[in-house]
Write a protein that binds this ligand. Structure first.
Ligand code: IMP
Length: 186
């Protein structure tokens, strides 16, 4: 068990994710860069859980840690890019993803985020989800697919970190995690 002053390691190479977690979680967060292998699995929860165990074993199990895994699913494209979201962002790019979706009548998409927390060899996962619409890129904030993912008339890249956290997949996963952490320290 950890008290509320114990830093939680966040194993990620993505500084934007770290900013979002720090903005929403009232706990010290220490970024650790370790490229844990991502397993092939049916659920994003299983991928995050395996990543958390891998990182915990590698880094030594004396600090609680989290990993986070996310994915974009575009309904009209059968859930594409899903598990390939990172690869597709790096190869096709988000502008091409917009053009692939542009011709569809229904441009609904969802973003899912799973946070896996591990301490004392136990893993627990927290999932957040947001539904939106794929649009032509707008906005300069955020990262990744934010400029093409619109919710309530604004893309995620047209919001501050705090505004994005209020409704985003990651913001919701962090909120569940925060509630659980609070319960643990009662
Ligand atoms: P991963 O969870 O870091 O593997 O991210 C998968 C893909 O989704 C990458 O292309 C990220 O850039 C993208 N991604 C993850 N989270 C977000 C987000 O909050 N907004 C936009 N793109 C994201």
């Amino acid at each position: 068990m950890t008290d509320s002053t114990t830093p939680i390691r966040f194993v990620t190479g993505n500084p934007h994710k770290v900013d979002e977690v720090r903005a929403a979680l009232d706990r010290p967060i220490e970024q650790v860069t370790f490229d844990y292998p991502e397993i092939q699995a049916d659920t994003i929860e299983a991928v995050a859980e395996a990543g958390a165990r891998e990182a915990y074993n590698h880094l030594g199990g004396d600090h609680p840690l989290i990993v986070e895994d996310s994915g974009l699913r575009i309904d009209a494209l059968g859930g594409f890019p899903g598990p390939y979201s990172s690869y597709i962002e790096g190869t096709l790019g988000i502008e091409r993803v917009w053009h692939l979706t542009e011709r569809e009548d229904d441009r609904t998409a969802s973003f899912v985020s799973v946070i896996a927390y591990i301490a004392d060899d136990d893993v627990i996962t927290f999932t957040g989800r947001v539904t939106g619409t794929i649009v032509a890129p707008r906005g300069r904030a955020g990262f990744g697919y934010d400029p093409i993912f619109e919710v309530d008339g604004r893309t995620l890249a047209e919001r501050t970190t705090a505004e994005k956290n209020e409704l985003s997949h990651r913001g919701q996963a962090i909120a569940s995690f925060a509630t659980w952490l609070d319960d643990q320290s009662r």
